[in-house]
Each structure stands twice: as structure tokens, then as C-alpha cells.
Ligand binder design. Structure first.
Ligand code: FAD
Ligand code: FES
Length: 251
């Protein structure tokens, strides 16, 4: 884990409220695993005080990419960063996705949940990859860095009408899944629906979850998530996650 003063290379608006931020950060870029995140101080001043967590979207040499949407004050400030600006980044943080021996990787993402997958896809190299992404409408669909994409929208404005988990259920019906793994990220209700599906069809699944964070590395205890099998009761999302085996947590 490093603190780096990273230089903004570009900050491109991909869609209304959605930005792709590219920063030069050789130290952090050298040690990132897919699914990890960085905690970004969005301003030079002390306001807002808390850093904001963002998945590492991609890495190219000494550059790191973040894909984010404007949610509140912090991300609004981040959206105004331009080439040459300096931002203070803490990372890489957390535990990422497991890359095992499975031949088939199914990526299921909702909305900005696509963020961690471009870098994971690069690392999955020799696997068959299928991406299933969902949004409320076509305006929420981002395909940056994905491959073999199937789309769902709640209102049917693009692709399959229904949720990404509905589409996943349809796609997986009748498939043999013992050589497959699902990697997923999205809003908690989607992750919860996915937990139900993978329990039913018995397939390996890792989910990346979001919650409010402060320190980002296990000190403040501010990001608990309940364990499904408890010895002590909680994991910390920032330190034990944000990626978990879908069976290990209660959402
Ligand atoms: C691991 C992880 C990865 C993420 N990756 C991405 C990504 O790739 N792209 C993306 O768009 N978004 C991502 N998010 C969500 C992103 O962090 C939030 O959208 C962002 O923090 C919003 O900041 P804001 O100032 O714009 O919004 P605001 O709503 O103004 O601020 C939210 C922030 O307030 C603080 N906060 C609120 N409640 C509490 C509390 N109870 N305790 C402590 N702090 C609190 C936190 O710092 C929180 O992040 C991720 C979140 C996590 C946890
Ligand atoms: S954010 Fe501080 S312990 Fe997780």
C-alpha cells in the first residue's frame, strides 16, 4: 500500500455523469491485482475530509484508470480534474478476484459495477469470457473494456428486458457449470439476487461489494459486512474484501 501524488493524464466524459480518469502512478500501478481499489483524496484542501474509494478499472504500464459516476460532492470534484492536476491516491487496497483454473469466466455487472472488469479481463487471458451487464435504461449501459457483451435493461430500451440476474439465469439454463466461475459487481440488491441464483444452480461466484468507507485499510472498523458462517461476526469490506465468495457474506 502506497500513498502517491499521481498526475492526471486525462479525464474523459464517456456518458452523462460518467468519467474515465487516467493517472500516472508507477508505484501503485506496479502492484495491482484485479478487483482491488484505491482511496482517493479528491481535493487539495481538507474538504471533503474523507477519501473516496474507487475500483481500479484498468492498468496500462505505469497508468491507472478509474471509471466513476458523479454521485455527490466528492465525485463532482473528481469530474473536474484535468490533465496535469495532481491527486493523492492511496492504494492498492483490499483483496481482489481469484483467478483459478476454470475454463469459463462469466462477468455479471450492474451499472457502474462494470468498473473493475477491464483489468480482470486482461488477466483472464486464456479463458472463455462472457459479459452480462445490466442497467435501468440504455443510458446506464457502459461497455468500456468488456468483451462478448450481452445487455439487459429494466425498461427494455436495450437488449433483454429485465435485470442482469434475470438475463444470467436465462443464459446459464442448461449449461454445465463445474468449469465456470461468475465474477460480479453491482448494487447490493443485484448482489443479493445473484447470491440466490448461484445458491440454486451451485456455481462458483465472487462478488465485489460497495459500502461507505473512511480509512480504507482496516483501522476505523467503519465498513462491516455480516459473515454467513460466523466465528466472529463481521468481515471488513475494505480489508477482507471488497471481493468475497458469494456464499461467505449476508447482504
Ligand atoms: C470498494 C469500492 C469501490 C468503488 N468503486 C467505484 C467505482 O469504480 N466507480 C464509482 O463510480 N464508484 C465506486 N464506488 C462508490 C464511490 O466510492 C462513491 O460513489 C463515492 O464515494 C461517492 O462520493 P461522493 O462524495 O460523490 O458522494 P457522497 O454521497 O457525497 O459521499 C459519500 C461518501 O461519504 C462518506 N460516508 C458516507 N456515510 C458514511 C459513513 N456512515 N461512514 C463513513 N463514511 C461515510 C464516505 O466517504 C462515502 O464514500 C466504490 C465504492 C467502494 C466501497
Ligand atoms: S473503511 Fe476503515 S475499516 Fe474499512
Amino acid at each position: 500500500m502506497l500513498i502517491d501524488l499521481a498526475t492526471v493524464q486525462s479525464n474523459i466524459k464517456l456518458k452523462e455523469n460518467v468519467y474515465l480518469l487516467k493517472v500516472f502512478s508507477p508505484g501503485i500501478a506496479a502492484s495491482i491485482l484485479p478487483g482491488q481499489f484505491c482511496n482517493i483524496k479528491v481535493n487539495e484542501s481538507d474538504y471533503p475530509l474523507l477519501r473516496r474509494p474507487f475500483s481500479i478499472c484498468d492498468v496500462e504500464g505505469e497508468f491507472i484508470f478509474f471509471l466513476f459516476n458523479v454521485h455527490g460532492e466528492g465525485t463532482e470534484i473528481l469530474s473536474r480534474k484535468k490533465e496535469g492536476d495532481i491527486i493523492d491516491i492511496l492504494g492498492p487496497l483490499g483483496k481482489g478476484f481469484t483467478i483459478g483454473k476454470e475454463k469459463n469466466a462469466i462477468i455479471a455487472a450492474g451499472g457502474l459495477g462494470v468498473a473493475p472488469f477491464p483489468f480482470l479481463i486482461k488477466k483472464l487471458r486464456d479463458k472463455n469470457i462472457q459479459c452480462i451487464i445490466g442497467g435501468r435504461t440504455d443510458k446506464e449501459i457502459i461497455t468500456y473494456g468488456l468483451v462478448n457483451v450481452n445487455v439487459s435493461t429494466d425498461d427494455g430500451s436495450l437488449g433483454f428486458r429485465g435485470t442482469a440476474v434475470d438475463l444470467l439465469r436465462t443464459k446459464l439454463a442448461g449449461q454445465t457449470l463445474n468449469d465456470s466461475i461468475i465474477y460480479s459487481c453491482g448494487p447490493n440488491p443485484m448482489m443479493k439476487a445473484l447470491q440466490g441464483l448461484v445458491d440454486e444452480i451451485n456455481v462458483k461466484c465472487e462478488i465485489s461489494i460497495e459500502c461507505a468507507m473512511a480509512c480504507g485499510f482496516g483501522i476505523c472498523q467503519g465498513c462491516p459486512v455480516e459473515k454467513s458462517v460466523s466465528d466472529d461476526k463481521y468481515y471488513l469490506v475494505c480489508k477482507d474484501g471488497p471481493v468475497f465468495n458469494a456464499k461467505d457474506i449476508v447482504l
